[in-house]
Write a protein that binds this ligand. Structure first.
Ligand code: NAP
Ligand code: ZN
Length: 324
């Protein structure tokens, strides 16, 4: 414990597809031993002498990073997520003393108060855990790229953990949301979350009929896919924001962009101020993740089901099962 550290007992931790990518070292060499988990929530047990923001008993959360330089342009703008020296909650390179950071599949953690979020009372802690990554990763680009205007026609590509959040945010912003999915069986779930339209990407006729019908697409797909196909769904001037991170690079024909003045951009989680703003927005609107609660000894099974796209929302680990 340093003077600015907050120690908390972790009660729940979401399972992000990024955990799977990193456990399997799919994004370049991972660091081991690895304790995954960057959607952790819990209750403060102890605080360092200089901590001003939290006290024992507070409900808190931690997302994808736990440190940054605090002095660069990005840190001063509240975009610590883009600081070149930010440290991920787990799987960051070892520090000068060779120490690694360890994530949320754990009973306790210690994090500097500047990277700890306040969990609103109105949100159930288990269903709110995924907001710390899946929530902010979709909320942030939707806000930054103006994909938050009533009436805007917004596509969400992939209805997994991130996609389910993007649909709810789009609906809460008053947008007309279309889910584009490889899974015909997810239509009812998409409508429950607030989607108005549901497109099955293998249905060529429906895809053709929907050409030019969207202003923006949030691409949350975790596996290799042809982005060019989906650019055809955009109207002139439309934009795809990539948040999914398939292990392989993608290719794109220039005509699919220049033909309609379209653009492709990307986004990495979100900064601390915007994460707190998102949590407060979710509390106001009653937005949480759809979850399947599991015990710690079901993690490997959950990973296997995630690979098979066999999950409705997000797996969340109930950390009380670790102590049992
Ligand atoms: P997830 O729950 O597994 O959802 C991914 C969805 O992608 C699936 O539900 C599926 O939706 C779709 N999909 C899967 N395989 C596909 C394929 N071959 N072709 C087309 N669609 C396919 O994963 P997640 O936790 O939401 O994470 C999604 C991606 O975002 C991962 O790559 C993760 O690492 C990345 N991520 C990025 C950030 C960031 O900061 N940018 C943050 C967190 C996560 P349908 O069944 O509807 O097709
Ligand atoms: Zn994540």
């Amino acid at each position: 414990m340093g003077p600015h550290d907050v120690a908390f007992d972790i009660t729940f931790c979401g399972i992000c597809h990024s955990d799977l990518h990193q456990v399997k070292s799919e994004w370049g060499p991972s660091h081991y031993p690895q304790v995954p988990g960057h959607e952790l929530v819990g209750v403060v047990s102890t605080v360092g002498a200089a901590v001003t923001k939290f006290k024992p008993g507070d409900k808190v959360g931690v997302g994808c990073f736990v440190a940054s330089c605090r002095s660069c342009k990005q840190c001063s703008r509240g975009f610590e997520n883009y600081c070149a020296k930010s440290e991920f909650t787990y799987n960051s390179p070892p520090d000068a003393e060779g120490r690694l950071t360890y994530g949320g599949y754990s009973s306790k953690t210690v994090v500097h108060e500047d990277f700890v979020l306040r969990m609103p009372d109105a949100l159930a802690m288990d269903a709110a855990a995924p907001l710390l990554c899946a929530g902010i990763t979709t909320y942030s680009p939707m806000k930054i790229h103006g994909i938050d205007k009533p009436g805007m026609r917004v596509g969400v590509l992939g209805l997994g953990g991130l996609g389910s959040m993007a649909v709810q945010f789009g609906a809460a912003f008053g947008c007309e949301v279309t889910v584009i999915s490889t899974s015909p069986g997810k239509e009812a779930a998409s409508r429950e979350l607030g989607a108005k339209h549901f497109l099955v990407s293998s249905n060529e006729e429906a895809m053709k009929a929907a050409a030019g019908s969207l202003d923006a697409i949030v691409d949350t797909v975790s596996a290799q896919h042809d982005i060019g196909t989906y650019l055809g769904l955009l109207d002139v001037g439309g934009r795809v924001v990539i948040v999914g991170v398939p292990p392989q690079p993608f290719s794109l024909h220039a005509f699919s962009l220049i033909g309609g003045g379209k653009s492709v951009t990307g986004s990495l989680v979100g900064g601390i101020p915007q994460t707190q703003e998102m949590l407060d927005f979710c509390a106001e609107k009653g937005i949480v993740s759809k979850i399947e609660l599991i015990a710690i000894d079901q993690v490997n099974e959950a990973f296997a089901r995630l690979v098979k796209n066999d999950v409705n929302g997000r797996f969340v680990i109930d950390m009380s099962t670790l102590k049992a």
